[in-house]
Write a protein that binds this ligand. Sequence first.
Ligand SMILES: [Zn+2]
Length: 287
Amino acid sequence: MTDEHYKWMRKAVDLAAQSISEQGRVDPPPAVAAVIVKNGTEVASAFRGQCAAGNHAEKCAIESAGGKDLVGAVVYTTLEPCSRRNAPKIACAQRLIDQGVGTVYIGLYDPNPKIFREGWKMLRDAGISLRDFPTDLRNELREMNAAFLSQYRSNGNAIGSATFDYVHSPIFTIGEPSVAIDTKWSHGASGVIHAYAEAGHIALARYAESLDEIDDPSAMDFNLDKQSVTANDGNIIIFRGPRENVYAIVKVEQVLSLDRGDDRNEVTFTYEIRTINVKGPLDEFLE
Ligand SMILES: [Zn+2]
């Protein structure tokens, strides 16, 4: 790593701290900045929200480059460029590809399991060279983005807990990206909560009181007619993941509900991701 590259990454980290977020957002937005360099000279730089509230840093930086030729440019961005946005918005990874940039240095990968490494893959598939920021700068970014990262704190853990506002952010994804299981929640009357999954992917572990009482989660009744269960404090719900044989065992620890007199709508659950070994015909034969 040459000092030259480090200098631009250092600048991007410092700029990220100036990020401006949208008004009224419930979830903590990330602090992000991007610096675009061509032939050793800075062409443009921007932090999140610099050109307009909520605008992504890469988009702002490209705009402030004012149409200059960015072919072969080096981009230093503190967060993995986003891979998808709702139309008509264009994902930053696509914008960088469209500009023909040559190399992208990435600070943090997006902790959202739906985006994690997707931006990297888009750029890689477009033939762009990819490098990571060094550890010291990445740690600074982690600290600066602690609230943003903690939304996805369950990432990579097979066992964990989550607390979130089920009215404003009804989906919570647990497990690392390769086994990610989406749990979806909604408010029920007087303190109960509804949990949702695709038909046949959710079941209530009736009478169970702790996660370790569940021997084989696949033994529960995953009725194809059922897409939701109703639960409250102490209930255990089994979510069957999109990947074969991966289950999330979720214990609802506490439901807070405004309509029951609590000061917020919030659910806390503990969970365990469990992979079931299924013996195929060959395994049985070999025994
Ligand atoms: Zn973006």
